[in-house]
Design a protein around this ligand. Structure first.
Ligand code: GRF
Length: 237
């Protein structure tokens, strides 16, 4: 079967791009990276693409008079490479509704929170501030409203009491590197359909699009109820 041609848009370090590169290196991969585009020449992800021997380019948004002109250049370049699915992997430009509609259900994004919670920036600091017990990441089809759209894959991680935005970000990022390749694999296998504004994942065991690991040995979570010393907390007398 022909491999799904994937285009990856980046702006930064490109660790999620690397996860996709590694996924496509599998002998039985159902997808291939047809093009990597960055809007920044100095993004380390460009070096990753180079090292991986992948077709890549830089389209700097500052070289265009309007967002529409920049996006037209993106679309034309992606299409001339035969791209069928576009992955936003740390691409730090807001896209217009026209671009998003043009690529409707062929455009996915990885976001570092359990959407629909914590859309936007600084997700980890905001999750800690809100006192949530779980954080995570989401891969979703893109819709014109930022960080919105049918959810394909999510992973949950615990938020520990001594977490900083940095430690939580690192824990979530490890899961991002599993979620994005998984979402691409599911799409390439033809298992994902959008019904209404929800994704239905076909012929995958329950949990196939859900990753919720328990804390590893280096991340000591709380003692389970009943197995540790009693802790005097709020409400205890
Ligand atoms: C990731 O946390 C992703 O969720 C967010 O931007 C970051 C990109 O990281 N959208 P990288 O460039 O893939 O390392």
């Amino acid at each position: 079967m022909a491999r799904l041609k994937v285009g990856v848009l980046i702006s930064g370090s490109g660790t999620n791009l690397q996860a996709l590169i590694d996924n496509c290196a599998r002998a039985d991969a159902e997808s291939e990276i047809a093009l990597v585009l960055s809007n920044r020449a100095d993004a380390y992800g460009v070096t990753r693409a180079e090292r991986g021997g992948l077709p890549h380019g830089v389209i700097d948004h500052r070289g265009y008079d309007s967002r529409a002109a920049f996006e037209q250049a993106l679309s034309e370049t992606l299409e001339s490479s035969g791209v069928e699915l576009v992955c936003l992997a740390g691409f730090m430009r807001v896209l217009t509704a026209e671009f998003v509609e043009h690529w409707r259900d062929r455009l996915i994004n990885i976001h570092p929170s359990l959407l629909p919670a914590f859309k936007g920036l600084n997700t980890h600091a905001r999750a800690i501030e809100a006192g949530v017990r779980f954080a995570g990441c989401t891969v979703h089809f893109v819709r014109p409203e930022v960080d919105n759209g049918p959810i394909i894959v999510q992973a949950a991680v615990p938020v520990l009491d001594d977490d900083t935005a940095g430690t939580l970000a690192a824990r979530v990022l490890r899961e991002e590197h599993r979620c994005l390749p998984l979402a691409v694999r599911l799409i390439a296998q033809g298992r994902v359909s959008v019904v209404g504004e929800r994704c239905v994942i076909d012929a995958v065991a329950p949990g196939g699009a859900l990753i919720n690991p328990t804390p590893g040995p280096q991340e000591k979570g709380p003692e389970p109820c009943g197995s540790g010393p009693l802790v005097t907390g709020v409400g205890r007398r």
